[in-house]
Write a protein that binds this ligand. Sequence first.
Ligand code: HEC
Ligand code: HEC
Ligand code: HEC
Ligand code: HEC
Ligand code: HEC
Ligand code: HEC
Ligand code: HEC
Ligand code: HEC
Length: 516
Amino acid sequence: MRTTGLIRTLLAAAAPAYLLAACTSETIVYRDREPFNEPVAAAAGFLGYYTASSKATTCGNCHVGHQSDWVTTRHADAYATLPATAQEFCKSCHSVNSNGNIATGTTGYDATQDEVYHDVQCEACHGPGLAHVQNPEVAANVPLANANLTDDGSSCAACHEGTHHPFVEQWKLSRHSQVESHTVGNASCASCHEGKTALLRFSGQDPVFRDKGDTEPWPTTCTVCHDPHADRNPGQLRLPVDNPDPEVNLCMQCHLRKIEPSGGSSRGNAPHAPQGAAVVGLAGYRPAGFVSPEDEIVSTHGSEANPRLCATCHVNKFTVNDAQGGFVFQAVGHTFGALPCVDGQGVPTGNSGCDYNTTSRTFASCVGAGCHATQAVASTALFSLRTQMNQLADQLWIDSNNNETIDAAPTDGGMLAIIKRDFPGAINPSDNVISPADGAEFNVKLFGEGRYGNGDKSLAVHNPFLAKALLAANITELQQTYGVSLRDPGVAGLVQESIDAVRRRQPGLFRTGHGR
Ligand code: HEC
Ligand code: HEC
Ligand code: HEC
Ligand code: HEC
Ligand code: HEC
Ligand code: HEC
Ligand code: HEC
Ligand code: HEC
């Protein structure tokens, strides 16, 4: 039963023909009734539910597809989620009012505490729909939602920020909130680097929203990853995160750009956002001895043992209690850092610029899924992996002048610098020959720590097994091809060990003998 006296003006005439026409392809639900109930004046044009008991929104009378999708989302149950003890202020993010849309002031549920305004319905994001429903053919009346985050009050941000669920605050700390300046205005970069273009790609249609005409390039906003209407994937994601197939995995739509060397370009030996391929074991140049098929090389981090894949480590939610043990802060995982830096209380402050230890960072994502026993154990494992990887990578290349380019010895160090000096032409990203030296350059830029800005950048965590094996095999291949010797003979054992470890885990992975 309705609790307040909303004026329900039942229109005498049947619905006009254009309204019926609008619904011809879908079920006509109001042929025998009116398309909407007139809202009370104080609600300022918010229609809310047509039938609250069945969660039938007024918008859903015509937009039946959106109605049946939306009703499966958590937004449709937002009011019932509130405990009976909830204070009044709680309700304004769990109901329809001016939060999240262009309306301002005290409207909707805030003005009229009626069940028709319970839950985060269509109008919470789209704004009041009375004028549109009265005249659906008038384009200017169409209530359009905001898909960007520039205006906090009229977007997802109105509700999804604040200390209990600081999605927007954390997103702002991540590079998903930035637009890389080199990509602006370049169409070939936009599908990954520009939010509106990515939204078009993922939504499977040309989406309509209020800020569509915005000429500024957008970063990766909430609606790029999240479908505002449907719960087809957990967390209302547009694409799944728990499917390792690069064709459908959400993160791999963008984090899988250049994963192996190619000829004919000055960037031929340089990776670009290779993370997806690193995790599932597809990234990198295969030195002589590696056998196909490459997809046999799967690490634990990319296997069924880790079903949420990237999200396990990069979208990890945990709680932080204040010093008094009272106030709870939700760290909602939207800095997207695997090991975010934290302040003294444990609240994430960003992803870079702090040391790799359990005081400066949280290793919660490593223990959360039950993989590593404690944060300290995970931190120690990272330390030893970095040590081994640096030993291997240093054999190949030390970028002494930090210019991300292999310079001939003695400017740079390592085998590749010697090859650059003694075998002019062996390292040439632009020709169409991928030499063992080109391949080694690619792999050391891929997995060597701090050597290349668009490498994998996971300190080899994405696939420790593949990373060590590749660099070890690169070293062996360079020795055999160019006769160069190890920079540090002490590391010979490690090279052999890395190759042997691969042989033990994946018998048949290396061919015996040389040649490809
Ligand atoms: C009486 C039927 C009816 C109701 C009720 C209705 N709409 Fe519509 N809506 C339409 C028609 C007709 C169009 C125009 C469709 C077109 O041009 O493709 C439309 C268009 C839209 C569009 C633009 C879609 C596009 O692809 O251009 C949005 C957004 C929209 N409606 C949202 C809403 C919201 C939100 C509500 C509830 C407040 C609502 N509608 C209620 C009939 C209705
Ligand atoms: C009027 C406030 C409000 C607005 C505006 C709003 N949300 Fe929500 N959202 C909520 C509330 C409240 C919940 C939790 C509902 C519950 O658990 O009952 C929620 C839950 C969610 C969830 C969790 C889904 C799940 O299955 O775990 C996602 C994702 C989400 N919102 C995304 C968005 C996006 C994207 C936008 C903007 C396009 C948005 N929301 C706009 C209030 C809002
Ligand atoms: C600023 C908007 C806002 C206010 C105010 C607000 N909530 Fe929420 N609430 C949300 C959002 C957004 C979510 C979804 C968060 C998520 O999925 O992590 C949510 C989720 C919840 C949940 C589901 C459990 C959870 O944490 O996911 C409960 C219970 C809840 N809120 C209760 C309350 C209570 C009680 C109050 C008042 C003390 C309140 N909310 C005030 C926006 C708000
Ligand atoms: C959480 C916020 C939110 C809610 C709730 C929501 N929408 Fe939307 N809607 C958006 C955003 C953002 C867009 C533009 C991006 C897109 O299409 O995914 C949009 C686009 C649309 C469009 C035009 C594009 C299309 O998909 O056809 C229509 C029509 C629409 N919504 C209707 C509805 C109806 C009807 C409901 C309720 C049953 C609803 N929306 C609930 C945020 C929301
Ligand atoms: C297939 C998706 C995709 C395409 C297409 C793409 N990029 Fe990227 N790019 C990414 C991703 C994802 C990152 C972030 C990777 C990371 O942080 O390691 C990135 C990182 C970068 C960076 C480094 C950013 C930083 O802050 O470190 C630059 C520069 C860059 N891209 C330039 C470009 C240019 C220029 C183009 C077009 C010629 C382009 N990208 C096309 C996915 C793509
Ligand atoms: C790069 C993609 C991406 C972007 C951008 C993004 N999210 Fe998420 N979000 C995720 C993933 C992945 C999850 C975890 C889903 C899962 O594993 O169930 C998630 C989970 C959530 C949840 C559910 C959390 C819970 O209670 O379990 C909410 C709410 C949410 N995001 C809101 C937002 C909001 C608001 C924004 C914009 C500030 C945003 N997201 C931006 C990828 C993204
Ligand atoms: C629409 C493309 C797109 C999608 C989808 C996407 N990313 Fe990104 N991501 C980017 C771009 C572009 C950057 C770099 C932005 C820049 O530096 O300008 C980036 C940066 C990052 C960073 C670096 C964060 C930082 O602050 O240093 C991480 C980690 C990341 N993404 C993880 C993920 C994960 C995990 C997912 C899936 C849940 C995901 N991304 C989905 C495009 C995307
Ligand atoms: C086992 C945990 C784990 C998994 C799974 C994982 N990552 Fe990572 N990732 C890390 C760690 C650890 C780092 C290094 C973080 C640092 O240095 O702060 C990292 C770094 C990154 C970076 C560079 C961030 C920066 O600071 O520039 C990106 C981008 C990234 N990962 C994306 C992804 C994507 C996309 C996936 C899924 C295909 C994924 N990761 C899967 C743990 C993981």
